[in-house]
Design a protein around this ligand. Structure first.
Ligand SMILES: [Fe+2]
Ligand SMILES: [Fe+2]
Length: 158
């Protein structure tokens, strides 16, 4: 039971670390392009993924495992906002799918605490996917002008 859970938790940790890196990369480029609200969203989401790594690591250590700190995917060097959002959404959907399976496996192995962690992660990642999807819809509807307008508006609100 322990070994299987530790393996699943480490795989999840690798996905989370990849998301931390990828979203910070997007943040740097969006900030550079002047798309500040979207840049902020990427940074915020990256920080949430970092919190996920912490929950996973704590559980791995509790079970007596080693925290591997591997990454599941290299950072993709995407520079256009819509491409970034599509990549981010795909990562969230894939993670949610894997966490759902992992929760089921943990239930089978009578590891309720790990199952609960995976279930909470599913809810968070589905929320992230939804947020990214909303931004994609705005860009499709209004073009990248939407991002520029969003930036100008946030500027005048400050
Ligand atoms: Fe996450
Ligand atoms: Fe996420």
């Amino acid at each position: 039971m322990r070994e299987k859970s530790i393996e699943l938790l480490n795989r999840a940790l690798a996905e989370e670390l990849s998301a931390v890196h990828q979203y910070m990369y997007f943040h740097f480029h969006l900030d550079d392009q002047g798309y500040f609200p979207l840049a902020g969203l990427m940074k915020q989401t990256s920080i949430q993924e970092m919190r996920h790594t912490e929950e996973l690591a704590e559980r791995i250590l509790f079970l007596g495992g080693e925290v591997e700190m591997a990454v599941s995917d290299p950072v993709q060097k995407i520079h256009d906002a819509k491409g970034m959002l599509e990549r981010a959404k795909a990562m969230e959907v894939a993670s949610a799918e894997f966490y759902n399976q992992a929760a089921q496996e943990c239930a089978k192995n009578a590891d309720a605490a790990s199952k609960k962690i995976f279930e909470e992660l599913v809810a968070d990642e589905e929320g992230h996917a939804d947020t990214f999807d909303q931004q994609i819809t705005y860009i499709e509807r209004f073009g990248e002008r939407f991002l520029a307008l969003q930036s100008i508006q946030s500027d005048t609100e400050e």
